[in-house]
Design a binder for this molecule. Structure first.
Ligand SMILES: *Cc1c(COP(=O)(O)O)cnc(C)c1O
Length: 473
């Protein structure tokens, strides 16, 4: 499989090059596969549903054909995924795809663990180690650190703003040993990012050290996220006829979104044959994409901070991929846009728990609210021209921009799959405020709290950072 640049389709690279480069260094564009192989019908209809690892293997093989031998790929998948993505029904037409069963309890484990092993594989013949620099405002750093921990030939330096992330998040970042280290920067997230960016453009430094990034734009982080859409949608199709008695329901997947890597992976899974009728793109007040779906105009803006802070993105970088894969019209036919504010998020954590007993985190709560509103009248209202006033939280759009599946919703022939992207204990304070009790802490999070802090302090001065890199890497 070849991969092309989103900005200049004539620039094409192999999978290995796309993995090691991340983005095209000359155009600044992102890589997308030239085509999306369709999964064989016999595979999609297999009974019982294939395992998560079988799906991961079957889906990823054509994307790296000829570059990674089959047995290696199978071993990499087994090593990357000792956990899966269970589907939990919470009411007769709502399923939760739990994406928090990885080591850091957030969905980014799925992408980061695969990417780490791909980078290690394509780096295997190099004599010099590859140094990954990552600036984080919270979750990305721990997923990346954990994913690369112990991976051969690569080390990771994580920069985070001291005092600006939650105590649990900080513990998750600062307690690695071996090839992963953390720098607590006396500044903001933007300062951290600036240090990393300056290092990447420092020719003198790059002549001494092989540097790379590990952000969400890497194609090897997006591809594995399509595995759980395929797995989850097959599981729901398999069991919903028993649960809801709707004949051949349309499956609507609701994705709590920030940088839109997750939703882009879902769009890829759908093109490959996952039985998904449509998506709801659910955001917090950072509603750049819902606004784009509504008005047709893409307007990036500074991010605002919210309770679902991993989704606080005002200029989602995967918009570039979405718009290279879909025209506005095609996007509107598949995706509905929805957003809510912090009050809506709190209310959603509460209502989900009250009505279903399920404890949902603030990110998943945004998705629950979107799905619950859409199935309970918001889509019917939109179709009958009684749309939401502009600038008000809720479902966006008008009858002309409604997705193809809108009528299935008002006819009540849909079932919903909500992506739960983090364990509620990671956002325990917010959850407690909403429902009056603490979510239980999984053992792997509890353990991290007792480990010693191994981070080093760092100022926002680039020369100091550079000296540290040269002395320590
Ligand atoms: C990163 C993250 C998101 C947003 O995912 P995108 O791919 O950036 O849209 C949602 N929820 C949680 C918990 C996250 O960590």
């Amino acid at each position: 499989m070849k991969y092309r640049d989103t900005r200049d389709p004539s620039r094409q690279v192999s999978f290995g090059e796309a993995v090691l480069r991340g983005m095209d260094p000359e155009t600044g564009g992102l890589y997308i596969p030239l085509s999306l192989p369709e999964l064989p019908r016999s595979f999609l209809l297999r009974n019982p549903v294939p395992s998560f690892r079988d799906i991961a293997y079957e889906v990823s093989r054509p994307f790296m054909e000829g570059e990674i031998p089959d047995e290696e790929l199978m071993a990499i998948i087994a090593d990357a995924y000792p956990f899966t993505a269970p589907v939990t029904p919470i009411d007769p037409t709502t399923y939760v795809l739990e994406l928090f069963h990885g080591p850091t309890c957030a969905f980014k484990d799925f992408g980061a663990r695969f990417m780490a092993r791909m980078m290690s594989w394509f780096n295997r013949n190099e004599n010099e180690p590859l140094h990954i620099l990552v600036a984080t405002s919270g979750d990305t750093g721990s997923a990346v650190g954990s994913a690369f921990h112990g991976v051969e030939g690569i080390d990771v330096t994580i920069l985070y703003p001291e005092g600006k992330i939650s105590p649990l998040q900080e513990k998750q970042l600062c307690t690695f040993d071996g090839n992963v280290r953390a720098l607590k920067v006396s500044g903001t997230f933007d300062d951290c990012q600036k240090l990393v960016k300056t290092a990447f453009t420092d020719e003198a430094l790059r002549a001494k050290l092989r540097l790379s990034s590990a952000n969400s734009i890497n194609i090897s982080r997006l591809l594995p996220q399509s595995f759980y859409y395929i797995y989850g949608s097959l599981l729901v199709r398999d069991r919903c006829r028993y649960d809801c008695k709707i004949d051949d329901p349309s499956l609507i997947v609701t994705v709590p979104s920030g940088n839109f890597g997750n939703l882009t992976s879902g769009l890829m899974a759908r093109k490959m044959g996952a039985p998904i009728r449509g998506f709801i793109a659910a955001t917090n007040s950072n509603r750049t994409i819902p606004d784009w779906l509504q008005t047709g105009e893409y307007k990036a803006r500074p991010s605002v901070s919210t309770l679902s802070n991993a989704m606080d993105v005002g200029a989602p970088s995967n918009f570039e991929r979405m718009s290279a894969m879909y025209s506005l019209e095609e996007a509107r036919s598949v995706i509905a846009g929805y957003w809510t504010d912090d009050a809506g998020t709190m209310e959603a954590i509460r209502s989900c728990n009250k009505r279903t007993g399920y404890i949902i985190d603030p990110h998943g709560a945004v998705a629950w609210k979107a799905w619950d509103d859409v199935r309970n009248g918001a889509m019917r209202d939109l179709l009958s021209g009684r749309s939401n006033a502009p600038g008000r939280p809720g479902l966006v759009g008008c009858p002309e921009t409604a997705p193809e599946w809108a009528k299935d919703c008002s006819d009540k022939t849909c079932v919903g799959l909500i992506l739960e992207t983090a364990h509620p204990a990671k956002f325990g304070e917010t959850v407690k405020e909403a429902i009056g009790r603490d979510p239980s802490l999984p053992e792997r999070l509890e353990k991290v709290l007792t480990l010693p802090d191994r981070s080093s302090p760092m100022s926002t001065d680039y020369q100091e950072f550079k000296a540290w890199l040269l002395a320590n890497l």
